[in-house]
Design a protein around this ligand. Structure first.
Ligand code: DGJ
Length: 740
């Protein structure tokens, strides 16, 4: 076991906690006042060392001093779980209104426990334990009679610290929580950059890097989903950090609803990063004896740049977040009916698509939207999860059985969390929605969100899904979700708990997901919310992959996959070869570029109708074969961002044993007379030779690493030779190198 938790308080005056493995350490201490002071997160420091970390007590003139502690100004003290109102004016980790109406607490150290492995979080998704140790620290405020239990987990193999907090009302009066962060990380005063992922529908996950500003910078969501405007992830780094070098801290939230990550550079230049449920429009009533558990927040540290950070996230997500039963398993190549047929789907068309799926050599047919009662367009029927009897007279299960008889897997689309006002479900249960009395509900795609905090709603949805999945003919489910919340309230909750609705919704959703995936462990679940509107580690705890974006056109996808890869590995991303011109942006992109951009997602397929397939049959068959042959490498390999600029993107993927290296070169707009380009590869064996497939060339790993590989010429006057990219815009080349 390399994970260690050490407490020096038994043997010395300094009460220091040290959590470490062979690469990282996380250190904090208990101040004489009983407050938890953060000391270090970063490279490993021996627990037995002497720390050069003096008490931060300084005469500063007109600044606050914590209660009776001379020169102890908490605004200049790094802390583990700070509060407001006792000399720290930065954003606190927690804000609670006590039974007597004020919001002052002092949470002092009361005790701790070190436990093997990692406790689960009741009702919430959290990373799995295994080869890990956890520290539970109890804090208590004797006036408010509230305890807080902070949980920290350190892993043997992963440079990740997992954190959560549990707030317990020990008093006789109700307390009201208005802010409960899962983690606070106070970084020492320095100049940092931050990177976050921003966007909107069909352009999610665009990276944005900036200097950490003085003041507060917050990314957040208040829509009831983690969202596509910001992803619940932030990296903070040295300003000179690059993809390959520099110190980088990352935080990501294991939650799928409203979140806030704030980065605050305070008056003394230190930087505070808080991660948790968005406190805006949130309130939680905590009655005597009750507890509230925050979702989990993960912190990583890498001394080797942004790619170094991404490797830590990728390995961790693969091994500790993704469902175990599909971990490392090649994803089936597929044909999806959405861009092939939209709502115009029926038994004959499904069987026709199944024939094409089979003849192309793909492995699964997915019936997307449009298969259930009355669903001929997006104005109707969500909620009525029964096969449409005109389109599928013998039921969807019987079509699934026929598809399977052809030797294919069968997948089906659902959007369980939604209802159309034009549906039997809504007519029967108008109070099953997220909504507010007397107010008209705003619609999104003609639909309203169901109130998943309600047990009757959860039970109805479980029964509907379970009855179809129990046929045994469904191998894959695409779980979609196409609007965000508005007019937020629950008809099942009392007045004083209405602001609990979004979090109770998430608890209800997680309960439903847990029940479904536990009962149907062999079904591969794909997470989707109009693409990446809820692509987060909470959903990924139940579902092995995510429909990364509705932007299926490859050039539009480049920034999305590039940005997503800061946090997510290719193993959780899905793509398909789209029709041309693109239904999303009208672009005409060659089959080669469509297929080669899609290559870097583990779940790969096509969404083409019979005519599209017949037009490009040989080419599509070639890529179906390539996708199948490389499926293991992509799901298990290591992905690196090698270059990202406005006009060129280069990605590298090494198979898990390093024997095969795939390098994708994407050139966006053509131009005349461009310079020669070389790209330096990463993580190669510098003592080995690499044979370039499809040629008789071989190169030394050292040369590829330090000199780089020549990229194809971009030239409109080119001869049709291998050294040149295809003429015109949107070209690509996939290099495959084999270690000899
Ligand atoms: C949105 C998804 O992102 C699409 O892929 C498709 O499944 C549609 N919904 C179906 O309505």
């Amino acid at each position: 076991m390399t994970a260690q938790i050490h407490y020096s308080g038994d043997s010395s005056d300094a009460r220091v906690f040290s959590l470490s493995n062979t690469s990282i350490s996380y250190l904090f201490r208990v101040s004489p006042e009983g407050l938890l002071e953060h000391m270090h997160f970063g490279e490993r420091i021996e627990p037995s060392t002497t720390y050069p970390s003096r008490a931060r007590r300084l005469h500063r003139g007109c600044v606050l001093e914590f209660q009776d502690s001379k020169y102890y100004n908490l605004s200049d003290v790094p802390q583990e779980y700070p509060v407001f109102g006792t000399s720290d004016n930065r954003l606190p980790a927690v804000h609670i209104i006590n039974g007597d109406g004020n919001s002052t607490q002092v949470f002092r150290y009361q005790g701790h426990e070190i436990v093997n492995d990692k406790p689960g979080l009741a009702g919430l998704p959290s990373a799995r334990g295994g080869q890990s140790l956890s520290l539970l620290v109890r804090l208590y405020d004797e006036i408010a009679e509230i305890s807080i239990e902070l949980c920290y987990t350190v892993y043997d193999q992963h440079d990740v610290i997992a954190r959560s907090a549990k707030i317990i009302n020990q008093g006789a009066r109700r307390a009201t929580i208005s802010r409960a962060m899962s983690s606070c990380l106070d970084l020492p005063a320095a100049d940092y950059d931050l990177l976050h992922l921003k966007g909107s529908w069909a352009r999610e996950m665009n990276q944005d890097r900036m200097a950490v500003p003085k003041g507060r910078f917050t990314i957040e969501s208040s829509t009831g989903t983690s969202g596509n405007v910001h992803n619940p992830f932030v990296a903070i780094m040295d300003q000179n950090a690059t993809e390959q070098s520099g110190r980088v801290f990352g935080t990501a939230f294991v939650y799928s609803g409203n979140f806030a990550i704030s980065v605050e550079q305070g008056e003394f230049d230190s930087v505070r990063v808080t991660t948790g449920i968005n406190p805006f429009n949130f309130q939680w009533q905590l009655d005597p004896g009750e507890s509230f558990t925050t979702p989990e927040s993960l912190q990583v540290f890498s001394p080797s740049g942004l790619n170094g950070m991404s490797q830590i996230w990728h390995q961790f997500i693969k091994h500790k977040v993704s469902p175990e039963q599909f971990q490392g398993r090649a994803r089936p190549t597929y044909l999806n009916s959405w861009e092939a047929a939209y709502f115009d789907i029926n038994e004959d068309r499904v069987l026709e698509l199944a024939d094409r799926t089979k003849s192309l050599g793909l492995e699964m047919l997915v019936v997307d939207d449009g298969w259930f009662e009355g669903r001929n367009d997006d104005t109707t029927s969500l909620g009525d999860w029964y096969s449409d009897s005109r389109k599928f007279p013998n039921g969807i299960e019987s079509v699934a059985a026929k598809v399977k008889q052809k030797g294919l897997k069968f997948g089906l689309w659902y959007e369980p969390e939604m209802v159309n006002p034009n549906s039997q479900l809504y007519r029967d249960h108008p109070d099953w929605i997220i909504g507010v009395p007397k107010r008209v509900s705003s619609k999104g795609r003609n639909q309203i969100t169901l109130d998943l905090s309600r047990h009757d709603v959860q039970d109805y949805l479980f029964e509907r899904l379970d009855s179809v999945l129990s046929s045994g003919h469904i191998d894959y489910v695409k779980w979609d979700m196409n609007r965000t919340m508005s007019e937020i309230g629950s008809f099942a909750l009392p007045t004083d708990r209405q602001l609990e609705t979004p979090h109770r919704y998430m608890l209800g959703l997680y309960k439903l997901l847990d029940k479904i995936v536990t009962k149907h462990p062999n079904v591969l679940f794909e997470n989707c919310a109009s693409g990446g509107n809820r692509m987060d580690l909470g959903m990924l705890r139940y579902m092995s992959q995510t429909w990364t974006s509705d932007m299926s056109e490859p050039i539009g996808r480049l920034p999305i996959v590039n940005g997503a890869s800061y946090l997510f590995p290719p193993s959780i991303m899905a793509s398909y070869i789209c029709p041309v011109p693109s239904h999303l942006n009208g672009r005409q992109v060659s089959l080669k570029s469509r297929a080669e951009v899609g290559f870097f997602c583990a779940a790969r397929g096509m969404s083409l109708n019979a005519e599209d397939v017949d037009k490009d049959f040989d080419g599509l068959k070639h890529y179906a074969q390539l996708y199948k042959e490389t499926a293991d490498d992509v799901v298990n390999g290591q992905f690196f961002r090698v270059k990202y600029s406005d006009n060129e993107v280069v990605w590298q993927l090494n198979s898990s044993d390093g024997s095969t290296v795939y390098l994708g070169y994407f050139h966006i707009l053509s131009a005349a007379n461009l310079p020669f380009r070389k790209v330096r590869l990463v993580n190669l064996d510098t003592n080995a030779q690499y044979q370039l497939q499809g040629s008789d060339l071989a190169f030394g790993g050292d040369a590829l690493t330090h000199m780089g590989l020549d990229m194809p010429y971009v030239c409109a006057m080119q001869p049709d030779e291998d050294d040149y990219l295809a003429k015109g815009d949107f070209s690509s080349r996939l290099f495959v190198l084999k270690r000899t």
